[in-house]
Ligand binder design. Sequence first.
Ligand SMILES: NC(=O)c1ccc[n+]([C@@H]2O[C@H](COP(=O)([O-])OP(=O)(O)OC[C@H]3O[C@@H](n4cnc5c(N)ncnc54)[C@H](O)[C@@H]3O)[C@@H](O)[C@H]2O)c1
Length: 350
Amino acid sequence: LTNTNEPIGVAVVGAGYWGPNLIRNLGNHPGFELRAVCDLDLDRAHKAVGRYSTVRVTSDLDEILDDTRIGAVAVATPPSTHLPVALACLGADKHVLIEKPLAPSTADARKLVDEAEARDLVLMCDHTFCYTPAVQRIREMIRQGVIGDVQYVDSVRINLGLIQPDINVFWDLAPHDLSILDFILPDDRRPVMVAAQGADPIAAGKECVGYLTLQLDGGAIAHAHVNWLSPTKIRTTIVGGSTHMLVWDDLQTSQKLSMFDRGVDLRADSLQGETREQALISYRVGDIIAPALPEIEALHAVAGEFEASIREHRAPLTDGHAGLRVLDILERADDSLASGGVAVPVSGEL
Ligand SMILES: NC(=O)c1ccc[n+]([C@@H]2O[C@H](COP(=O)([O-])OP(=O)(O)OC[C@H]3O[C@@H](n4cnc5c(N)ncnc54)[C@H](O)[C@@H]3O)[C@@H](O)[C@H]2O)c1
């Protein structure tokens, strides 16, 4: 499979709301040949592939597991089914691209990571936002030192949202912010503690408004505000660096990303013998640059990374460990909520 340029046979399991996006992108990608779509609801699977398609449609996962021409499977079933479905695919020696969240708990996610590693298979999480041109560029700029040291990340993801029956607002919206953070932060700015505060003002039985604060290595901080009860939709992330600051507004149609040559510097020498208030503070106000971003659908890039990691026999950019780290922070956030919002250590060793 890995030594040839033949397209990799792929199947998609789950053809509900998100699955059709995977079907379309994997179906159109030159690296893959879409061979089958599986959904317990056959009508949905038929609708997703279209009336004239020759792609096989089935409600029986075993048909996919037994097909040796299928080397990879994309899983877009509900999170509660991720463990059995993905474990079966890995057990049949298929590489797996799995929707976020990787699993409903770190314990389940760990089983998937271990199984993939034991079988030397790719396990990739579809952390879709990480493959948007804006986030790819932010990561690149941070890693190349363009904005200096990361001092803070401030993220807002709020709208009048669907109150989910089984999860709180953190589990619904924050996986996006956490997977983006995991992707863009440099190695010397990893999360060490998390504190979560939430409120349920409409008595939904779960937090509908939430604030997540992450202490990062080196004294930096990250904050995510997630809210189902906001009258307007906001999707903005600010990354403060010691030399430049980035503002990403995902709702803009053009100029989603801006880089500000702005900053506040405290002159170290001015601190000697003076109080903090008397120290010399200088404000820098320079140009604002709008980096040119390619027009590419994130899921096309997801498919490309899935193919490349299979062929190059390497971990994908958003591998199972990235999925585990996101889940660990969500679980620790639940611990923090249960204990009144105290900061809880996160495990960095995932
Ligand atoms: N990456 C993103 O931005 C993004 C966006 C939306 C949803 N998602 C994720 O995609 C996944 C699916 O979400 P959705 O909103 O499409 O859900 P959905 O309920 O609309 O669709 C799930 C489909 O899976 C089918 N299914 C359930 N169990 C199955 C099984 N064992 N075998 C085969 N088919 C089965 C159902 O019949 C249904 O058609 C979730 O993990 C969700 O978090 C990701």
